[in-house]
Design a protein around this ligand. Structure first.
Ligand code: UD1
Ligand code: MG
Length: 486
């Protein structure tokens, strides 16, 4: 049974001074989402009637970001950070009167999943609790709030580290700060909070003791996965949680049929999609909306962002952003595919090639040392080594079209705008500025002229001169030998 909560309130007003950053803490990223993005995604999985983020420090930036990534989320402002209880109060003030379950989470706890929140509200409902808190047993409880239980094991209260005596500090069950409340219990508790504590703050944790005093049951879900309760306060924790999240993502994909040769050097955003029998070799980073279709092999050493790779294709040591690669195609090593690159099925982008806003047809090949920008390259085309699509005249960008099965000789410059017809040829070393007709050969280069005896006169005594002499002598000898045969 799933119980939809009336609201999820995500606390994110704190400053995050230990990040030492001009970016608000909850806007720091791991695995392709901000901290607040992860928190909101977990909250959203519960499909609550209201999703409210409490913002304070850096709120303009945080609100703008939320509008982009989570239009469903509303924001409540907490002007001054007077404590977690006060923060929840700020959210309730702007929400309509609520009835049912209210979940509270933090904006800086990125590994928490929707499933764990489901489990929390499931237990809350099943036990008929007024409050259910998510806790964890840890080896080093550090400065977390401690869960105090009575001799029957019932949760009595939460004591903050700064308010705890020595024996309370020995407790290893900690408060994650994530709770399910009955809305009426939450309201009744918040209205009675004091600031009579070591930090002079309104502690949300005090609501538990107040609920018990009112005769309501207080429960705890002890998670076996403490990573899900860990927050980010500094960049060391950000990196630690990123690595753990990445390990989890890699494990999930391997279980789904993806080979990941070296999970530790393979970095995946949560938004990436991989199909069966994909192979990821060491040093691969897949970002954003990247999709890798069945059996494609990526790496070693590739970075792909918002890129689709067709089934059975292979990419080696390359960087792609906003590219679309067809089936059974190949890319790399050492190529750079920029936005708007489309490579047709069985097509090839080889080594040291840069492409941008270019559509490359089925079976077409751009094998070596080329720049192709703002171009349409037809099916079966062969672009010779070192070809440059000169798309920019210093003011505007122009388009080049290369018709199907056209052959462009090596080291040519195609000066846009220009159209090469289907089935035409370009001689190597051409600077092409005008269109071809089907079947034409375009030759656009200086005609070769050999200056006889130039080395003799201008480079006399050099190794080249000597080599030329010897070659001439051999030629004369062989003329003589050939002559004597007859
Ligand atoms: C709080 C809990 C503690 C728990 C710990 C888990 C209280 C009194 N204590 O500790 O029992 O072990 O979380 O991490 O609740 N925030 C606001 N407005 C405020 C204060 C905090 O939005 O006025 C937000 C922060 O941005 C942060 C979260 O609430 O996301 C927790 O605040 P923080 O100060 O880190 O937690 P503690 O008070 O140390
Ligand atoms: Mg605090």
């Amino acid at each position: 049974m799933t119980t939809r909560p009336a609201a999820v309130i995500v606390l994110a007003a704190g400053e995050g001074t230990r990040m030492k950053s001009s970016t608000p803490k909850v806007l720091h990223e791991l695995a392709g989402r901000t901290l607040i993005g992860h928190a909101v995604a977990a909250a959203d999985a519960l499909d609550p009637d209201h999703l409210m983020v409490v913002v304070g420090h850096g709120r303009d930036e945080v609100v703008a970001h939320l509008a982009e990534v989570a239009p469903r989320a509303a924001a409540a402002v907490q002007e001054q950070q007077l404590g977690t209880g006060h923060a929840v109060g700020c959210a309730l003030e702007v929400l309509p009167p609520l009835d049912g379950i209210v979940v509270v989470t933090y904006g800086d706890v990125p590994l928490l999943t929707g499933d764990t929140l489901e489990e929390l509200i499931g237990q809350h409902a099943a036990e008929g609790n007024g409050v259910t808190v998510l806790t964890a047993e840890v080896d080093d409880p550090a400065s977390y709030g401690r869960i105090v239980r009575d001799s029957d094991g019932a949760v009595v209260r939460i004591v903050e580290y700064k308010d705890a005596d020595q024996s309370t500090r020995l407790i290893r069950e900690i408060n994650s700060g994530i709770y399910a409340f009955d809305a009426d219990v939450l309201r009744a508790g918040l209205s009675r909070l004091t600031t009579d504590n070591a930090q002079g703050e309104q502690y949300l944790t005090d609501v538990l003791e107040l609920a018990r005093a009112d005769g309501r049951r207080v429960g705890a879900l002890v998670t076996g996965d403490p990573w899900q309760t860990e927050g980010v306060n500094d960049r060391v924790q950000l990196a630690t949680l990123h690595r753990e999240l990445n390990r989890r993502l890699a494990t999930r994909w391997m279980r789904a049929g993806v080979t990941i040769v070296d999970p530790a050097s393979t970095w995946l955003d949560v938004t990436v999609t991989l199909e069966r029998d994909v192979v990821l070799r060491p040093g691969v980073q897949l970002h954003g909306a990247t999709v890798v279709r069945e059996g494609a092999e990526i790496g070693p050493d590739c970075t792909l962002r918002d890129t689709v790779v067709g089934a059975g294709s292979a990419i080696v040591r390359s960087h792609a952003v906003g590219a679309e690669i067809g089936e059974l195609a190949s890319v790399g090593p050492y190529s750079y595919l920029r936005p708007g690159t489309r490579l047709g099925s069985q097509g090839k982008i080889g080594g040291f090639v840069e492409t941008k806003n270019t559509d490359i047809g089925e079976g077409a090949k751009v094998p070596h040392l080329t720049y192709a920008g703002d171009a349409t390259i037809g099916d079966g085309v062969n672009i010779g080594a070192g070809t440059i699509f000169a798309n920019y005249d210093g003011v505007d960008k122009h388009h080049t079209s290369v018709g199907a099965h056209t052959f462009v000789g090596s080291n040519s410059v195609l000066v846009a705008p220009v159209d090469l017809a289907d089935g035409s040829y370009v001689a190597a070393g051409s600077a092409v500025t005008s269109a071809t007709e089907p079947g034409d050969l375009a030759i656009a280069r200086g005609r070769q002229r050999n200056v006889k005896g130039w080395v003799d006169r201008k480079r006399s005594g050099t190794a080249s001169d000597e080599a030329a002499r010897q070659a001439r002598a051999r030629q004369t000898d062989s003329d003589v030998v050939e002559g004597s045969d007859r």
